[in-house]
Design a binder for this molecule. Structure first.
Ligand code: AGP
Length: 605
């Protein structure tokens, strides 16, 4: 999950490359670099750390040149230092790469045997040196084409050439690559977000395709190097601006956006006057669906696990869920009456995209629930259900999670109704309740001060447990994931009923234990599990929507969220956990928007 950019222009490109790299930092931020062409010389500058370090270098020693490439890195091969930062250049060629070259060791051995020297520990450098070798007998495009045929693994590449100072070549296999168009200037970039400040005219490369761009024109080639045409999309300006406004971090801005983003999502799907959900073009006749399989990674997987409870509760459809990186290696038995639903905020997660690809190869109908509708996963699905959350910059997903839950819940209601698993009265009741969700979310967010008080309990603790039953269990997983990825503290989400089968041994005096206990059929059982924890010294942080429950004296902190109906409780229980993770991270001075070791979109295995 790195970010790449390339610009061919009639004017110097380094400032625009730097600005695009700043927009790409959500994809990786452990090192950065730029290479431009000036007087037929490749001028490469790199840094470890953030793009602003690179900006300082350029300020001191400006790079001119109207052709250039840039890169932000999330290390896969080789430690994050200047040597391993991209671009990787020889005297003839400079390359930026997002992906993993799986046979790089084998190629390295072959090239070293020819006396070719390597500077870095990266896989990418083999691409640079293979192209350099091929250039001895081929033109740039053929050199790249011959090189790609030797590579195994995934890549999005941006390449410039010392002796061809007006072209940039891009290539894609398994990692996203977009092309942007402007007057006397053209671009390649990992995604449209990196290009949006310069153009809204975008094309997307598919796997196996290459592009060759100059400042005046762009040509595309297929995997046989045959010239092809590509559609030019005009991207919409989406509502949420990609700046923090008055907020300190993108994450807290995105938490506070949730009443609006969920409201917008509901309005996109629900006809407010008729109280009807206008999802119509199912890829499989809803009456004939015999199983739904929900697939995602990380937070997106947690939304799948939550939705499983809804589908089981409201429909007669059998439901299965899987983590994408597991699904893609299973010995799967496909059935044309199964609907596979892929959930992904970015729509670029490699494991999820690969899992989708397996379904496509088996002629299985697929649906994707995404935030980025121009993304690979969306473009490769038979049916796309956007979550309308607006751009999400914080690496820790918040508003996208609620968007995923909202869309999956809406889909579940619609399927239950069209299949007559629920009657019209029940359907209208649930749709009416759904419309109360944005205001209830707003009320949840008002409890931020109490949550802030809870945050202190985690700072010096050895770890923490998040417990829930039924649809609160995936929310417990999500709360633990948020705390881990934001504060780097160990946290574990667990089914409350499972604690007695081992993890209860972890409970000791003062260990913070978050108990999620909405007023549903699991409430009493969850209270019993909570008592087992209290009896062993656990410090209970209790979150419920049960107004009557008197918070007993053994509870360190009690927090109430609004109650609409049991089915919507998991969504409301999520808000305090998002805010808790945020405040613990603040207390620990962690980088809230760019947590260490992570990236917003994991486009490698
Ligand atoms: C979410 O907080 C995490 N950053 C991560 O688990 C994320 O949900 C996962 O990588 C999936 O990303 P996607 O939704 O873009 O596919």
């Amino acid at each position: 999950m790195c970010g790449i950019i390339g610009i061919a222009s009639n004017k110097p490109v380094s400032i625009n490359i730097i600005n695009s790299l700043k927009k790409l930092e959500y994809r990786g931020y452990d090192s950065a670099g730029i290479a431009t062409l000036t007087d037929n010389t490749i001028n490469e500058k790199k840094c470890s750390g953030r793009v602003e370090e690179l900006e300082k270098i350029l300020f001191k020693t400006p790079s001119n040149g109207n052709i250039g490439i840039g890169h932000v890195r999330w290390a896969t091969h080789g430690v994050p230092n200047i040597t391993n930062a991209h671009p990787h250049s020889s005297e003839q060629v400079s390359v930026v790469h997002n992906g993993i070259i799986e046979n790089s060791d084998e190629i390295k051995k072959e090239l070293k045997a020819k006396g070719i020297k390597f500077k870095s520990q990266t896989d990418t450098e083999v691409v640079t040196l293979l192209i350099t070798e091929a250039l001895k007998e081929n033109k740039p495009l053929e050199s790249v084409f011959k090189t790609l045929k030797k590579l195994k693994g995934s890549f999005a590449l941006g390449i410039i050439f010392k002796n061809f100072s007006n072209i940039i070549i891009g290539a894609r296999r398994g990692s996203p690559l977009a092309v942007g168009y402007s007057k006397e200037e053209n671009y390649i970039g990992s995604d449209s977000y990196a290009l949006k400040s310069m153009t809204n005219k975008i094309s997307y490369l598919e796997d196996g395709e290459l592009c060759l761009l100059t400042k005046d024109e762009v040509s595309f080639y297929d995997e046989r190097l045959k010239k092809i045409n590509k559609k030019i999309l005009t991207l919409s300006e989406n509502g949420s601006s990609a700046d923090k406004g008055e907020y300190k971090h993108f994450m807290v801005k995105e938490i506070f956006e949730q009443p609006d983003t969920v409201k917008e999502c509901i309005e996109e799907y629900v006809d407010s006057s008729k109280k009807n959900i206008n999802i119509l073009n199912f890829p499989i006749d809803p009456q004939k669906i015999n199983k739904i399989i929900l697939i995602g990674c990380g937070t997106a997987y947690n939304s799948c696990l939550t939705a499983k409870y809804w589908f089981e509760e409201l429909t007669s459809i059998d439901v299965e869920i899987d983590i994408a990186s597991e699904f893609r290696y299973r010995n799967l038995k496909f059935n044309a009456k199964n609907l596979y639903i892929f959930v992904s905020q970015s729509g670029e997660t490699a494991d999820t995209a690969a899992a989708l690809d397996i379904c496509k190869k088996n002629n299985i109908k697929t649906c994707s629930v995404v935030n980025v509708i121009e993304s690979t996963i969306a473009r490769n699905s038979d049916w796309v259900l956007p979550i309308h959350a607006g751009i999400e910059i914080g690496v820790a997903s918040t508003k996208a999670f609620l968007g995923q839950l909202t869309v999956l819940y809406i889909l579940c209601l619609k399927l239950a109704f069209v299949r007559k698993d629920i009657d019209e009265k029940t359907y209208v009741k649930h749709v009416t309740n759904l419309k109360k969700l944005p205001d209830a979310i707003k009320k949840c967010i008002k409890s931020e001060n109490n949550v802030q008080l809870m945050a202190k309990e985690f700072i010096s603790a050895k770890g923490s447990m998040f417990l829930g039953r039924g649809p609160s269990f995936p929310i417990a997983l999500e709360g633990a994931l948020k705390l881990k990825e934001l504060s780097y503290l160990h946290a574990e989400g667990y089914p409350a009923g499972e604690m007695k089968h081992g993890p209860l041994a972890l409970i000791e005096e003062g260990l913070p234990v978050i108990v999620l206990a909405p007023m549903d059929k699991y409430f009493e059982k969850t209270i019993s599990n909570m008592q087992e924890v209290i009896a062993r010294g656990g410090k209970i942080l209790f979150i419920t929507d049960n107004k009557k429950e008197s918070l007993n004296e053994n509870i360190r902190f009690g927090l109430r969220v609004p109650h609409i109906d049991n089915l919507l409780s998991p969504i409301l229980l999520t808000l305090p956990l998002q805010m808790l993770a945020y405040h613990v991270a603040l207390l620990k001075n962690c980088d809230v928007d760019k947590p260490r070791n992570l990236a917003k979109s994991v486009t490698v295995e």
